[in-house]
Design a protein around this ligand. Structure first.
Ligand code: FAD
Ligand code: UDP
Length: 395
């Protein structure tokens, strides 16, 4: 482990948020940055690696598809890699049949054994919704029913959500489901952002390039809380770990979901014909199966092996990796208390998915990190400006 002396800024975590801040400080301000990462690799949950047995690049923490409508974020991320023109489609296996996900005209027609036109499908779904609609929907179940009606909710959302969150969908925030669009066309693309693709050289190259610049020192296998006493006391800390951990859980423990990933390498060229197939039924414990070769159709993969990964969700215990903030009403209340503590800090900024206890996609983490750098980190370092406000990652 290198020396920690002389750093005026320390970044905790090398996911997108931390890596972007570190890169900007090192390259734009020319100041030394110390990046502490408790895992044995950089990249946070967007990390990927090439499997030695099959030669297939896989995303260790589940498939990550890059999409954004923010031209600044798109321009920024492409400084570190060219991107393919991959556009994501997903499927659901339900009751022994295959459907397209998100729910579109094909899903509706297949499910109800119909051949509705868009207008007919709209009228049909409105009638479905009308039977159970609750207004205003303030939880995930009511929100879903207000969008698609109970039958589609029961088939495609309820079981998946119960497996994913192990929380009554009536206790979950409606925002989670707002991410899933419902379409009355045959458009079956999962995302509708302006820009989408996968890094041609792999996610790991993006992080290598971002952090392999002069002025950045990365320490892997290094937990901030273990080395805190050795860090320069006057340095600015940009912390991207879980916010409740930072404050020693003094306002209570925030609820997180973690994942278990089960890898298998079938002796066949193609296991499921697509990168992601969801399993919304309760007859399977896993929520989805990833098959990574389909994320890169441009690559010459071998024809006798493939790599698949089943994804199982469960509550995170203290020593598990926190992935998804649950966000029950109690969680939200606790988070507000932590946020108030964080806003009063004079030498510490909390950021990223874990720090802000928000369901951020990669482009939102990058966008927030760029704002954090220009609005707070650079002014603090260069002009001794006090830390004020936050950077809305969704804006
Ligand atoms: P992270 O990537 O979580 O990085 C935080 C880092 O901090 C970690 O490396 C962690 O080890 C480190 N750390 C924490 N505590 C400490 C400590 N005490 N000391 C040192 N280091 C510490 N986004 C998309 O845009 N598209 C997708 O398709 C997509 N799919 C996803 C699928 C899954 C299963 C998950 C979980 C997320 C997905 N995301 C996706 C979201 C994406 O992973 C996040 O937006 C992104 O990782 C956020 O970056 P971050 O830097 O905020 O956090
Ligand atoms: N979801 C669902 N059925 C599906 C896919 C998603 O019910 O087939 C719900 C579920 O509650 C999930 C949320 O929609 O947590 C968001 O799903 P998405 O795939 O966007 O999230 P990701 O896990 O990729 O971040």
């Amino acid at each position: 482990m290198g020396s920690f002396d002389g750093f005026r800024i320390i970044v905790v975590g090398s996911g997108f948020f931390g890596s972007v801040v570190a890169h900007c400080v090192a390259t734009q301000l020319g100041l030394p940055v110390l990046v502490l990462e408790k895992r044995p690799h950089i990249g946070g949950n967007a990390h990927s690696e090439v499997d030695a047995e099959t030669g297939i690049e896989y995303h260790r923490y589940g498939s990550h598809i890059f999409h954004t409508s923010n031209p600044h974020v798109w321009e920024f991320v492409r400084r570190f890699s060219d991107f393919s023109n991959y556009r994501h489609r997903a499927f659901a296996r339900q009751g022994g049949r295959m459907y397209t996900i998100p729910i579109n005209l094909m899903t509706i027609n297949n499910f109800f054994g119909a051949s509705f036109s868009p207008a007919e499908a709209r009228a049909f779904i409105e009638a479905e919704i009308g039977r159970d609609h609750v207004s205003p929907p303030d939880n995930l179940e009511d929100k879903a029913i207000s969008l698609i009606g109970r039958r589609l909710y029961d088939a495609f959302i309820r079981g998946y959500t119960m497996k994913q969150w192990e929380t009554d969908p009536r206790e979950l925030p409606p925002e989670i489901i707002a991410r899933l669009p419902v379409r009355f066309t045959y458009d079956d693309f999962y995302f509708s952002d302006t820009f989408e693709g996968l890094p041609l050289g792999g996610y790991y190259r993006i992080f290598e390039r971002m952090l392999s610049v002069p002025n950045i020192q990365v320490e892997l296998n290094c937990d901030f809380f273990q080395v805190r006493a050795e860090l320069p006391p006057d340095a600015l800390v940009v912390y991207t770990g879980p916010i409740d951990r930072y404050y020693d859980y003094r306002c209570g423990v925030l609820g997180w979901r973690t994942m278990d990933f089960e890898i298998e390498r079938p002796h066949q060229s193609d296991y499921q014909g697509a990168a992601i197939v969801n399993y919304p039924g309760l007859e399977h414990r896993f929520t989805r199966i990833h098959e990574f070769r389909h994320l890169h159709p441009e690559r010459p993969h071998r024809s006798d092996r493939t790599l698949i990964m089943r994804e199982y969700a469960r509550f995170a215990r203290e020593d598990d990796e926190p992935y998804y903030p649950i966000g029950t009403r109690e969680d939200k209340q606790r988070y507000l208390e932590y946020r108030a503590l964080a806003l009063a800090e004079t030498q510490m900024i909390v950021g990223g998915r874990l720090g802000t206890y928000r369901y951020l996609d990669m482009h939102q983490a990058i966008g927030a990190a760029l704002k954090c750098f220009s609005n707070r980190v650079a002014p603090w370092l260069m002009q001794e400006a006090p830390l004020t406000g936050e950077d809305d990652p969704i804006a």
